[in-house]
Design a protein around this ligand. Structure first.
Ligand code: SUG
Length: 451
C-alpha cells in the first residue's frame, strides 16, 4: 500500500531546461514546426529564459514546479561510436564536413521536452506503493535516441530513495517497442492522490493488424505502452489503450499531447484525437471511480491546421485548490482567431472546471514543435515523497535567480547551424553543465563527469 494520503499528494511539473546548443536543424520528421523552421538562427539564451519564466510564473501562481537538467551536447561520444576519431575538435570538424546531418543530431537540445523523458506511475496506483519510472527509448529518431541513458541517470539521481522510487529499464530500442513516454500517457482520476486510470495512446501495433498513418511515422506502439504498464504493475482495470487517429498523425500530430490533455477527471481533446472516440470514452468511464468530464473540441471549431499550428492541446491543465482548473496555453493560441474564440466561448464559458487561461511565450521551443505541455514531466508526489527527493530541483525564488544568472553567464544569444562545429561551443556547454550539476546538487550524471 502507498504511504501517501490523498490530500498530501500534488502534481509536480518538472520542466526541462533548454540546453546551450538549442538550434533549428529541422530534425523531427512528422513534426511540422521542426520541419518548417530548420535553418533558422536560434537564441539558446532566450529559449532557456523563456522556459525559466514559464516555471517561475507557475510557481508564483502556487503550482509545484521542478526542474530537470539538459543533456551533454554535442554528444561527441555518439560521433566516436560512428567512427569519427581524433581530438574533440577534429571529430566535430570531420562530422561537419562529411556528415553534417549527424553533427546536427548530436547537437539537438531535444531533452528540453521532458514529456518525452519517460512514463511515471504515482505510488497510489502501484502495487508496491512506490513511484515508478521508465525512461522512454525515443528510438524513432537518432537525435532523440541519444537521450535515454542520461535521462535514466538524471531520474535515478533525483528520485534516488529506493524506499519511495522504483526505476525500470528502457524498453528495447527497436521499432516494435517504440516509446515516447508521457506524451502518450494521461492519468485520469479525481484528486491527484486518488487512484487513477491510465490512458495509453498508441499510433500503431507492431505485432497486430490495424490502420497506420501513411505520411508520417507513428512514434508509439501498443506493445511499448503495454510493456510500460506491465513494468509498473498496472492491471487491466487501471489501464485503457486507445489508438491515436492515423489521419491526425498525418496532419502533424506526432504525439497524443498535441491533440489532447487530461487532468484529474477532465479530458480535453479534439474530435480527431482517437480512432475510436466512443470506445475510448466508454472504457474510461467504466474503469474510472469518478465521473469522467470530457471536453470535446469539434473539427468545425478548430481545424487540424489550427490545432497543430497553435498547440492549443499542448496546454497544461492545472488543478486549483477550489476545484477549478487553469489552462496554460502557448501565445500562438492568441494568434489564431478560431482557437482564441474556442478558448473563450467553448472552454472558459463551457460547463467544465476550466476557469481561466494563462498565456506563455515559449516561442524558441515552439519553433521546434514543443509547447508548454511538452516542456514538462508530471510527477504526482506526496509530501513524504517530495521530502525524499535528492538535490535542489524544486523551484523557489533563490533557485530561479541562480538558474537565470547561470543562463546569462553561459548561453549564447545566437546559434546558426554552421556554428555547431565550433569546438568552443562544446567547451562552453560542458563548463555550463558541470556548474549546473553543482548548482542543482544532483551529483555527476553526464558522460564527461563519469569518465
Ligand atoms: O520529438 N522536436 C521534438 C518535439 C517534442 C515535443 N514533445 C511533445 N509533444 N511531448 C520531437 O519532435 C526537433 C529538434 C531539432 O530539430 O533539433 C525535435 O526533436
Amino acid at each position: 500500500m502507498s504511504n501517501a494520503s490523498i490530500s498530501s499528494v500534488r502534481e509536480v511539473n518538472f520542466d526541462g531546461l533548454v540546453g546551450p546548443t538549442h538550434n533549428y536543424s529541422g530534425l523531427a520528421h512528422g513534426n511540422v514546426a521542426s520541419m518548417s523552421h530548420g535553418g533558422l538562427v536560434s537564441n539558446p539564451r532566450e529559449g532557456a529564459l523563456q522556459g525559466l519564466l514559464k516555471m517561475k510564473s507557475l510557481m508564483d501562481a502556487g503550482y509545484a514546479q521542478g526542474v530537470l537538467p539538459p543533456q551533454q551536447r554535442p554528444d561527441v561520444g555518439a560521433l566516436r561510436d560512428l567512427g569519427f576519431s581524433g581530438r574533440n575538435s577534429e571529430v566535430l570538424a570531420r562530422a561537419a564536413k562529411e556528415a553534417p546531418q549527424l553533427l546536427r543530431a548530436v547537437c539537438s537540445a531535444s531533452s528540453m521536452w521532458t514529456a518525452n523523458a519517460g512514463t511515471i506511475t504515482p505510488s497510489i496506483d502501484a502495487p508496491d506503493g512506490r513511484v515508478h519510472f521508465t525512461p522512454a527509448n525515443l528510438q524513432s529518431s537518432f537525435h532523440r535516441y541519444l537521450e535515454p541513458q542520461t535521462t535514466g541517470r538524471v531520474l535515478q539521481a533525483i528520485f534516488r530513495d529506493e524506499q519511495h522510487f522504483a526505476h525500470h529499464p528502457v524498453l528495447p530500442a527497436t521499432p516494435a517497442f517504440s516509446d515516447e513516454g508521457a506524451a502518450n500517457h494521461t492519468r485520469l482520476c479525481g484528486e491527484h492522490g486518488e487512484p487513477g486510470v491510465h490512458l495509453f495512446v498508441y499510433g500503431r501495433q507492431a505485432f497486430g493488424e490495424g490502420r497506420e498513418p501513411i505520411r508520417y511515422p507513428a512514434r508509439q506502439t501498443l506493445e511499448a505502452s503495454q510493456a510500460v504498464a506491465r513494468q509498473h504493475g498496472l492491471t487491466e482495470a487501471q489501464t485503457v489503450f486507445a489508438q491515436q487517429h492515423p489521419d491526425a498523425i498525418d496532419a502533424g500530430v506526432f504525439h497524443n499531447d498535441v491533440i489532447a490533455v487530461g487532468n484529474g477527471p477532465v479530458l480535453l481533446y479534439h474530435e480527431m484525437a482517437f480512432l475510436d472516440e466512443e470506445r475510448t470514452l466508454n472504457e474510461l468511464r467504466a474503469k474510472m471511480t469518478t465521473p469522467l468530464i470530457p471536453v470535446r473540441v469539434p473539427l468545425e471549431a478548430v481545424s487540424m491546421e489550427d490545432a497543430v499550428a497553435s498547440y492549443l492541446f499542448n496546454s497544461q491543465l492545472l488543478s486549483n485548490p477550489d476545484g477549478t482548473m487553469t489552462l496554460v496555453v502557448p501565445s500562438e493560441c492568441q494568434e489564431r482567431e478560431a482557437v482564441w474564440r474556442t478558448i473563450q466561448d467553448h472552454l472558459l464559458a463551457g460547463n467544465n472546471p476550466i476557469s481561466d487561461v494563462i498565456v506563455k511565450d515559449v516561442k524558441q521551443s515552439m519553433r521546434n514543435g514543443g509547447g508548454p505541455a511538452c516542456l514538462r514531466l508530471r510527477v504526482a508526489l506526496s509530501d513524504v515523497e517530495c521530502a525524499a527527493l535528492t538535490g535542489r530541483v524544486l523551484l523557489n525564488d533563490e533557485l530561479y535567480d541562480d538558474l537565470t544568472a547561470w543562463v546569462n553567464r553561459h548561453y549564447r544569444d545566437r546559434l546558426a547551424v554552421d556554428d555547431l562545429a565550433d569546438p568552443q561551443l562544446a567547451e562552453e556547454s560542458l563548463a555550463a553543465l558541470d556548474e549546473l550539476t553543482q548548482l542543482l546538487k544532483i551529483g555527476p550524471v553526464y558522460p564527461f563527469q563519469l569518465g
